[in-house]
Design a protein around this ligand. Structure first.
Ligand code: AMP
Length: 438
């Protein structure tokens, strides 16, 4: 059977031209299934994760439906709600790409940045708002935006909205919308409260589901590093060096640990940055930009901050903690091994505390992940990719770190636990995040 094309979906020639410029050859599964229904003005529930092309699945038909109108001051016609600022920015980037031959304007309405510019844009009139709920509510309450002309609503990553406690805000926002409008809701999973929200929101919706990523990519080699919690920082620094890590995501469960790990890596001479929700929007945008441009090689982050960030060329993922939600493990390690490239994922595991999370992950992915005894072996066996760059064979074990990335370390044998140097720069005073007691 011939694969469907974007032309088959009935999109406007100006949108097809923009898609051709981006270089997409065929619609992804969610795009192929959702776009025709959306163009028929149906309400749609899309059950799809990041990476499936879901953003195109709603932005492409949205710009088609909304094109041709005249923007009125403070009265947008399209509204996309996202849980995070980064995701909002990515949706805006998509709209910019796909609508480049259309006469459509959009504005990003997110917190953490000055309101004044957003207010000015709204006054002048924009067709589509891409917003996080908090800032939109603020502007709505101040009368800077009126939502009674919204014809097209998208709620993106609804399950994350739920996790982040945004559902009451969303219900309030919906209360300001006119009854006659088209609604789309995208979510990776459909927990009860999201089903209820969809029932309230939608009129006889069409549900479209594409394969969940409960399986991990064959391109990603997975390893568990079994290690007591308080040794994780030292081990991370060793592994980053010994595995010849170039670019990596380092995931933490707790925001408070993120800066600490990033600082420890920087002190060890590793080019690292931190990304989490407590940082100002300017710093988040700047850090993300630097990571995308390769100016920061290693990004220490939370699930939420990294959610939806679309960066294809990352060689390694480290989980400093196993995620409590097994599906997050699949999301996290799916940050590497993209676009046919190989990747490596290392997860620090401290037993017995992590046992239940590990069981859930192995059950979900139906794989028993290889274990490395981290307390004995500081230098994991490199995967083939790393091996190519590995150190000369004849190097003695004792100076095995001399070829590593420059990190300040005394002449200790890393295999000897008692001899592992204190994390550089902290002396005997271990900060809390390094001694996360379990
Ligand atoms: P998303 O699931 O929306 O986060 O999209 C994941 C990635 O897929 C993004 O890098 C998109 O640029 C890319 N993408 C979206 N649609 C297509 C398509 N039809 N063909 C190839 N890549 C696509």
């Amino acid at each position: 059977m011939k694969p469907i094309t974007f032309t088959d979906l009935g999109l406007d020639p100006n949108i097809l031209k923009a898609i051709a410029d981006v270089g997409y050859e065929h619609p992804t599964e969610i795009q192929g299934k959702a776009i025709p229904s959306i163009l028929m003005m149906k309400d749609v529930i899309g059950i799809a994760q990041t990476g499936t092309g879901k953003t195109g699945a709603f932005t492409l038909p949205m710009i088609e439906v909304l094109q041709g109108g005249v923007p009125k001051g403070r009265m947008p016609r399209g509204l996309v709600l996202t849980p995070t600022r980064e995701l909002a920015a990515q949706v805006a980037d998509n709209i910019e790409l796909y609508a480049k031959y259309l006469n459509l304007s959009h504005a990003l309405i997110v917190g953490g940045v000055q309101m004044a510019d957003q207010v000015k844009k709204l006054e002048r009139g924009v067709d589509i708002l891409i917003a996080t709920p908090g800032r939109l509510m603020d502007l709505q309450e101040r009368g800077n935006v009126l939502l009674r002309d919204i014809k097209f609503l998208v709620i993106d990553e609804a399950d994350r909205m739920l996790d982040m406690g945004f559902i009451p805000d969303i219900e309030k926002i919906i209360g300001h919308l006119p009854p006659l409008r088209q609604n789309l809701l995208f979510s990776a999973t459909m927990p009860k409260p999201i089903q209820k929200l969809a029932e309230k929101l939608m009129d006889n919706p069409k549900t479209i589901e594409v394969a969940q990523r409960s399986s991990t990519s064959k391109n990603v080699t997975q390893k568990l590093i079994m290690v007591p919690a308080k040794q994780k920082t030292q081990k991370l620094v060793h592994y980053i060096s010994d595995l010849n890590v170039d670019t990596a995501f380092i995931f933490c469960n707790r925001k408070r640990d993120i800066d600490g790990y990033a600082r420890a890596l920087e002190k060890a001479g590793v080019n690292a940055g931190a990304l989490h929700g407590d940082m100002s929007q300017n710093v988040r945008t700047e850090t993300l930009g630097k990571f995308k441009d390769g100016k920061i090689k290693i990004l220490v982050c939370s699930d939420v901050a990294a959610r939806g960030i679309d960066i294809s060329d990352v060689g390694h993922v480290f989980n400093m903690d196993l995620p409590m939600n097994a599906e997050d493990y699949v999301h996290r390690i799916g940050r590497t091994g993209r676009a046919g490239k190989s990747g490596e994922a290392y997860s620090f595991v401290s037993l017995p505390a992590d046992e239940k999370y590990l069981d859930a992950i192995e059950k979900l992915i139906e794989t028993k992940i290889d274990r490395i005894d981290g307390s004995k072996e500081s230098k994991p066996k490199a995967e083939p990719k790393a091996k190519e760059k590995a150190k000369p064979q004849n190097q003695s074990k004792n100076n095995s770190n001399q070829n590593s990335k420059p990190f300040k370390q005394k002449n200790h044998h890393p295999d000897d636990e008692a001899d592992i140097p204190s994390p550089v720069g902290f002396g005997d005073e271990l900060p809390g995040f390094m001694a996360i007691g379990k």
